[in-house]
Design a protein around this ligand. Sequence first.
Ligand code: ADP
Ligand code: MG
Length: 251
Amino acid sequence: MSMIAARNIHKSFQSQDVLKGVDLDIGKGETVVLLGASGSGKSTLLRCLNFLEMPTSGEVCLDGKRVGTPDAGGRMRYSETELCQLRQRVGMVFQQFNLFPHLTVEWNVMIAQRKVLGRSEAQARERARYYLEKVGLAEKINEYPARLSGGQQQRVAIARSLAMEPDVMLFDEATSALDPELVGEVLQTMKNLSGEGMTMLIVTHELGFAYNVAHRIVFLHEGTIIEEGTPDEILVHPKSERTKAFLRGHT
Ligand code: ADP
Ligand code: MG
């Protein structure tokens, strides 16, 4: 059974149809990489999966349970409580890390645990240390973000998300804002998470990483999934001309 699923998701902004009926199932422990040209709707899909954007129509299911309830007209309705819980269970890491500059690394990882999950200070600290160690930053707990490299800051952001103990992690171009020499450490962190069995959906332009880490690759073109398969099927033997053209632009 899938951990997270999109069922016929449509999303429009004004008159622009950005997602045109996306179906996607991600199994528990599966790592899926989402590829597609700029503007194809990758970020919008991720944002719909954790309801930073409301899908115009369609459903999201988390661990077999549909999010929201249809009203008499068949339109999905979502309660704030439900969306709040959902966002805790579906973590997201962005290109911009957005750490709190006035808080230490440790407190950056503790704050949402305290405010959203209501964990005690001691418990939040214990979890923060556990996840900071996991991303290789145990020795930085008392630093302020400005004293860390971009790669280290992004690893703090990953630890912050992991500390909420989500069922699924979404990564939206998590390494795109980094200097090239810092990309590897963040990809390694993501690879470790995948190896530990985290359920992940990753948008990335790092095709070598995608080849090595993805269990499955999905190719989005103008709001529609036009091809999906194993890394070999998509990256080495793509069938669609769109996928081929995309790959030519990345070599
Ligand atoms: P990608 O991440 O694949 O580059 P996006 O999902 O960011 O693509 O964007 C897909 C399309 O949706 C783009 O044309 C973009 O301009 C449009 N779009 C995304 N978010 C919004 C928004 N909040 N309001 C209006 N248009 C948007
Ligand atoms: Mg994007």
